[in-house]
Design a protein around this ligand. Structure first.
Ligand SMILES: Nc1nc2c(ncn2[C@@H]2O[C@H](COP(=O)(O)OP(=O)(O)OP(=O)(O)O)[C@@H](O)[C@H]2O)c(=O)[nH]1
Length: 205
């Protein structure tokens, strides 16, 4: 069984909990306790594979939420970065979060494939009060080589379900790539070791 760890990041009130609860329960609950970090667990089956999904939904105010970006972004296998389309500040914050994830990953995982991220513009139902154009968010996602989707946690389940499923598929590919890479470099060093030992012996015969 695969373990998949995702983290939701974004400004306070962008709708992180609403998006996640919509995905996990198919329901929209108007208000969420926002003074605590939450770790959600769910068993899923995607493409016939059983998965243990863990999702970290930090309280935006907490020190852990800041820590997850200050420390190397090691815990999560993938990220959902949420902003509110009717709040420009939340978009600017999402931009900074993407930058911090990239910087942290580039420092720690040189030469690795990009970590899977989905940029999510939530509250699409508030488009009469839109402050972030869809094309500029799409551009930001392209610059950061991540997926982008506008959704409304209040109104729709399908888009949210689709984006999580796509992200989880990407994470599975990413984990497989990392495991193959480890195996390959492991067998390369083993080959080197064997060569060093037996290669030298052969010379002296
Ligand atoms: N109109 C509308 N309101 C939404 C939507 N999603 C969330 N909200 C509302 O936005 C407010 C904040 O939602 P939360 O899910 O608590 O936001 P959060 O990002 O988890 O906030 P913190 O836990 O404080 O970091 C709540 O009042 C939600 O009901 C949406 O798609 N449309």
């Amino acid at each position: 069984m695969n373990d998949i760890k995702l983290a939701l990041l974004g400004s306070q009130g962008a709708g992180k909990s609403a998006v996640l609860v919509r995905f996990l329960t198919r329901r929209f609950i108007g208000e969420y306790a926002s003074n605590a970090n939450s770790l959600y667990h769910k068993r899923l089956s995607i493409d016939g594979r059983q998965l243990n999904l863990e999702v970290f939904d930090p309280c935006s105010q907490s020190s852990e939420a800041r820590c997850i970006l200050e420390e190397p972004v090691d815990w999560a296998d993938g990220f959902v970065v949420v902003y509110n389309i009717s709040d420009r500040t939340s978009f600017i914050n999402a931009k900074n979060i993407l930058l911090q994830i990239r910087e942290s990953r580039t420092e720690n995982c040189k030469g690795e494939m990009d970590i899977p991220i989905c940029l999510v513009g939530n509250k699409q139902d508030l488009c009469h009060a839109r402050q972030v154009r869809e094309d500029e968010a799409r551009c930001l996602a392209q610059e950061n080589r991540c997926h982008f989707q506008e959704v409304s946690a209040a109104e729709s389940y399908q888009d949210i379900s689709g984006l999580f499923t796509q992200l989880i598929r990407q994470v599975m590919e990413h984990l497989k790539y990392r495991a193959d890479r480890r195996r390959y470099s492991g067998s390369k060093s083993m080959a080197k070791l064997i060569n060093n030992v037996f290669g030298k012996r052969r010379k002296s015969v």
